[in-house]
Ligand binder design. Sequence first.
Ligand SMILES: NC(=O)c1ccc[n+]([C@@H]2O[C@H](COP(=O)([O-])OP(=O)(O)OC[C@H]3O[C@@H](n4cnc5c(N)ncnc54)[C@H](O)[C@@H]3O)[C@@H](O)[C@H]2O)c1
Length: 325
Amino acid sequence: MNILITGGAGYIGSVVTEECVSAGHRTFVVDNLVKGHREMVHEDAVFFEADIADSAAMETILRDNRIDAVIHMAAYSLVGESMTDPSAYYHKNVVSGLSLLDAMKNCGVKRLIFSSTAAVYGEPEKQPITEDAAHTPTNTYGETKLAFEKMLKWFDKAYGIKYTSLRYFNAAGASERCGEMHDPETHLVPLLLDVAEGKSPKAKVFGDDYPTPDGTCIRDYIHVQDLAKAHVLALEKQGDESRIYNLGSGGGYSVKEVVEMTAKVTGCDIPVEIVERRAGDPAVLVASSDRIHDELGWTPQRAELHTIIRTAWEWRQSHAKAHAS
Ligand SMILES: NC(=O)c1ccc[n+]([C@@H]2O[C@H](COP(=O)([O-])OP(=O)(O)OC[C@H]3O[C@@H](n4cnc5c(N)ncnc54)[C@H](O)[C@@H]3O)[C@@H](O)[C@H]2O)c1
């Protein structure tokens, strides 16, 4: 297939690009590099520096390269920022997303995989979260992703654009050549690795009095290569019916477990400071993968916490070495 990946210079997108290339697809990437890194894009993929909101550029790319399907990953995805600047999130995740869908409609591209988020569920009581849980996002980020999913439903009905929406929590880990480099960084694993590398003195743990076995919050971590495989599998097995799948571990790890494993993998002390709980942080957030397992046969292959942290750490070290030389 000829596959276009939006946001393919970002953390997850660069690994999805690698996966598409290694699966033998002709792979094209669009990224405006607002957050992404050009050097992360696989050398066998064709790169276009463009914004998905630029309809003329997008239509030219879709037509000239006879794109069969789009994997849409370009987005703004910082929860805190989405609460202080909702306008930017509606513009980037909804309005720009609509431009992309219009370009696809105008060019007759009828297949889309959407990188959504489990933030569309808000904070359900029942864990692990299944796809039929209520949609009550508690932040603008989740709300804008849900708004885009709702557009997809009507674009399917009216224009026959088939979509698969993948909802997940925390991507983590690295491939050999691509890893996590967000700025600002808000994710636990890279923040702990910053402490291991001496870039920051300690990590904050937000509350240790939750009703969990060790008192810290339990969250879902999915290896970025497992996520990449899920995106490509969802595309290769996409049928005539649009689908929504959660991607999750079903179990999750506590913040304390992640801190301890990071210390073990890196061989460094990871000092932490226990601070107040954050408002709206539920004790447990874990997604169930039963549906995608049953329908498409997806199972995470790199689910162990040790593997997730080891690959992130190894990538950091090799990346730092490459930049130093
Ligand atoms: N990182 C996670 O844990 C996580 C969890 C759930 C869902 N997601 C979703 O996965 C996707 C990728 O996340 P990530 O962590 O790799 O983020 P990222 O910021 O590393 O990657 C996003 C990429 O999109 C590009 N981009 C943004 N707006 C664009 C636009 N208008 N036109 C062209 N390119 C644009 C950025 O330059 C960046 O390279 C996002 O859609 C995010 O909502 C991420």
